[in-house]
Structures are given as structure tokens and as C-alpha cells.
Ligand binder design. Structure first.
Ligand SMILES: CC(C)(COP(=O)(O)OP(=O)(O)OC[C@H]1O[C@@H](n2cnc3c(N)ncnc32)[C@H](O)[C@@H]1OP(=O)(O)O)[C@@H](O)C(=O)NCCC(=O)NCCS
Length: 164
């Protein structure tokens, strides 16, 4: 099924909440547990510097990506705070890749330019890390015990970056 990638609007808020709650059921995939995904979170995502949704022909929002530019001048070329989610029933069909392609194209068109994109993934999320490697992100380090899962286990965060 073909999906359209477009900029999110506040009218997508509830759909983004539903999407993130569905994608958050796997512990350690998204940072937020389902109960932490609120309307305020979705609205803040939409009001980030960039927020794209993947939409099916009937209007179902099956994917979302958002990120923010750093505001301190030293880091103003950096796009970070990146989060991406694809509905569990739609994963593995290229939607995440399309969302990233749109985000990278947007970043390349910015003035002043975005020269670096950065993100972090839980070490227990190797599928996501593989996707980021395939997109061209490079490993930059590891934050030990950055996350703590509901069962009390700690999980490292893997830091990845891409220079444009
Ligand atoms: C990570 C995620 C955004 C990828 O989106 P996607 O639409 O499934 O990705 P694509 O179909 O474009 O690319 C598939 C690649 O994603 C990776 N992947 C991650 N989770 C996957 C899943 N559940 N099913 C299939 N592929 C998955 C694989 O590396 C796969 O590459 P491969 O075919 O070479 O193994 C999506 O799986 C997701 O939302 N996961 C839950 C939330 C999450 O982990 N977000 C990222 C936090 S850092």
C-alpha cells in the first residue's frame, strides 16, 4: 500500500497519540511507555521544527517522525531530539525509511543549514539500529545504563550521527 508523507498539523494530534501508544507496547523501543504518550506530547511533537506523518489512502496515520534544531548558536547546525514510530502492523514495509528520507531532504533544504542529524537508540532495539546504519548514520558512542526498563534492568543507549 502506498503512503503519503506530509507535514503534520494539530489535526493529527489524536492520531499521533494512538500511533505512539501502539508502537510503545514493546519495552525499550520508544522511550515513552503508552501511558506517557499524551495529547500534550503529540502537540509538542507537531510543534517541533519538523514533524512528518505517513498517511495511508484512507487517512490512517501509520508513521510519524519529528526532530528539533538546537537553539544555542554553537549547536545551531544540529538537528536532534529525534523520534520515529511506525505502527506495529505496518513495520518492515519501508515506511520508516520513507519518513527518514523526507526528514533528510527537509534538513538539506534548510537555511541556515542543518549539517548534522543525531539520534539515540536503545541497545535492545537492534532492528532500529540496523535501519539507521543503512540510512548512513555512524556509531558515535554508548551511554551506559541510560535507560531502565519496567522490569528494573538497565539498558545502554547507542548514539548515532549523520553529517550532511
Ligand atoms: C524502527 C522503526 C521506526 C522502523 O520503521 P519501519 O517502517 O519498520 O522500517 P523500514 O520498513 O523502513 O525498514 C525496515 C528496517 O527497520 C528495522 N526494523 C526495526 N523494527 C522492525 C520491525 N518491527 N519489523 C521490521 N523491520 C524493523 C530493520 O532493520 C529493517 O531492516 P532490515 O529489513 O534490513 O532488517 C519501526 O520499526 C518502529 O516504529 N519501531 C518501534 C518504535 C521504535 O523502535 N522507534 C525507534 C526508537 S530509536
Amino acid at each position: 500500500m502506498s503512503v503519503t508523507i506530509r507535514a503534520a498539523t494539530l489535526a493529527d494530534s489524536e492520531a499521533i497519540v494512538a500511533l505512539h501508544r501502539a508502537a510503545a507496547v514493546t519495552p525499550g523501543a520508544l522511550a515513552r511507555a503508552p501511558e506517557e504518550v499524551t495529547l500534550a506530547y503529540a502537540e509538542a511533537a507537531i510543534n517541533s521544527d519538523i514533524c512528518f506523518v505517513a498517511v495511508e489512502p484512507e487517512g490512517f496515520v501509520c508513521g510519524e517522525i519529528h526532530a528539533k534544531r538546537e537553539t544555542v548558536a554553537l549547536f545551531a547546525h544540529v538537528l536532534g531530539s529525534l523520534t520515529v514510530a511506525v505502527h506495529p502492523e505496518r513495520q518492515g514495509r519501508g515506511i520508516g525509511s520513507k519518513l527518514f528520507e523526507a526528514l533528510i531532504a527537509w534538513a538539506k533544504a534548510q537555511e541556515p543549514p542543518v549539517l548534522r542529524i543525531e539520534l539515540a537508540a536503545g541497545a535492545g532495539n537492534p532492528g532500529a539500529v540496523r535501519l539507521y546504519e543503512r540510512l548512513g548514520f555512524k556509531h558515535e558512542g554508548r551511554q551506559v545504563a541510560r535507560g531502565r526498563l519496567p522490569d528494573g534492568r538497565f539498558e545502554d543507549d547507542i548514539l548515532l550521527g549523520m553529517l550532511l
